[in-house]
Design a protein around this ligand. Structure first.
Ligand code: AMP
Length: 247
C-alpha cells in the first residue's frame, strides 16, 4: 500500500495509537492553534511548523524574507504566497518531518493549499494532508489575542485573563519576562480577522469538499480539545483517499 508506514510509538506517553502523517491546524487568530500544536507535538513526537513563528524568526534575524514580511505582518495582512511557500518548502526538507508534521497557520490561502497538495502528490510515499479547524467565537478570540503573553525563551503561551503566570509578567518555567506580540492589539486583530474571512475561509471549504476536514470546539480545556483533534485525525485517515494507518 502507498500509505506512509505509520507506527505506534510505544516509547511515548500517549493513549493515541497512531501518528497523523501531515496534518494542518486551521482557525482564526487566537483560536489556540499554537497551544494545540504544542500538545500534539508532546503526544506524537512530530514537529510543529508554524509559519507565523518562522516568519517572526526571519524578522528577528533581518533576513531578506524577514525584511519583506515585517511591515505586512505589522499590518495584520498576509505575506505573499510565493515567499511563504518557499519558506515551508525549505522547512519540509528537514529530516524530522519524515514521520509527519503539524502545520500551524499554513495554508492560509487557496494558492498555498493547492501548492501543498501538488507538493504532496509529487511524493508517492506521503499521505495527503488532513485539516482540523479550531472554532472559537469572536469575543473570545479578541480576549485571547489582547491577553496573550509569550515567553521569549521557551515560547510558553499565557493569557492574562484566563491563564496568567504565577508571577505577573514572568514565565513560570524559566522566569523570563513575558512579551506581547506587536500584532496582538485590537486594531491589528481586526485586520487579521478580515484577512482570515476573505482568504482563509475558502481553504476550509477546499479541505471540506475533499472529505479531509473536521471542526472542533476550541472553547474548552486544552487537553479535551487535543483529545478531540486526535480522534478527528484518526477518523479522517479512515476516509477513502486520505490514506490509512498501518498498525
Ligand atoms: P500567526 O502567528 O499564525 O498569527 O501569524 C502572524 C502573521 O504572520 C500573520 O498575521 C501573517 O502576516 C503572517 N503569516 C503567518 N502565516 C502565514 C501564511 N501561511 N501566509 C501568509 N502570511 C502568514
Amino acid at each position: 500500500m502507498s500509505a506512509l508506514m505509520i507506527e505506534i510509538d510505544r516509547d511515548r506517553e500517549t493513549d493515541s495509537k497512531t501518528l497523523p502523517g501531515p496534518m494542518l491546524l486551521l482557525g482564526a487568530p487566537g483560536a489556540g492553534k499554537g497551544t494545540q500544536a504544542k500538545e500534539l507535538v508532546k503526544l506524537w513526537g512530530i514537529p510543529q511548523i508554524s509559519t507565523g513563528d518562522l516568519l517572526r524568526a526571519n524578522v528577528a534575524l533581518e533576513t531578506a524574507l524577514g525584511k519583506a514580511a515585517r511591515e505586512i505582518m505589522g499590518r495584520g495582512e498576509l505575506v505573499p504566497d510565493t515567499l511563504v511557500n518557499e519558506m515551508v518548502a525549505v522547512r519540509l526538507l528537514e529530516p524530522d518531518t519524515v514521520r509527519g508534521y503539524i502545520l500551524d497557520g499554513f495554508p492560509r490561502t487557496l494558492g498555498q493549499a493547492n501548492w501543498l497538495d501538488a507538493r504532496l502528490e509529487g511524493q508517492p510515499e506521503a499521505l495527503p494532508v488532513v485539516a482540523v479547524s479550531v472554532q472559537v467565537n469572536y469575543n473570545q478570540l479578541l480576549r485571547r489575542i489582547t491577553g496573550r503573553r509569550i515567553c521569549p525563551l521557551d515560547q510558553s503561551i499565557y493569557n492574562i485573563y484566563v491563564n496568567p503566570p504565577k508571577k505577573d509578567g514572568f514565565c513560570d518555567l524559566d522566569g523570563a519576562e513575558l512579551i506581547q506580540r506587536d500584532d496582538d492589539t485590537e486594531e491589528v486583530f481586526k485586520e487579521r480577522m478580515r484577512a482570515y474571512a476573505a482568504l482563509t475561509a475558502p481553504v476550509v471549504e477546499h479541505y471540506r469538499a475533499q472529505g479531509r476536514f473536521a471542526e472542533v470546539d476550541g472553547d474548552r480545556p486544552i487537553a479535551e480539545i487535543a483529545a478531540e483533534i486526535v480522534a478527528a485525525v484518526e477518523r479522517l485517515r479512515m476516509q477513502p483517499g486520505a490514506g490509512s494507518y498501518e498498525i
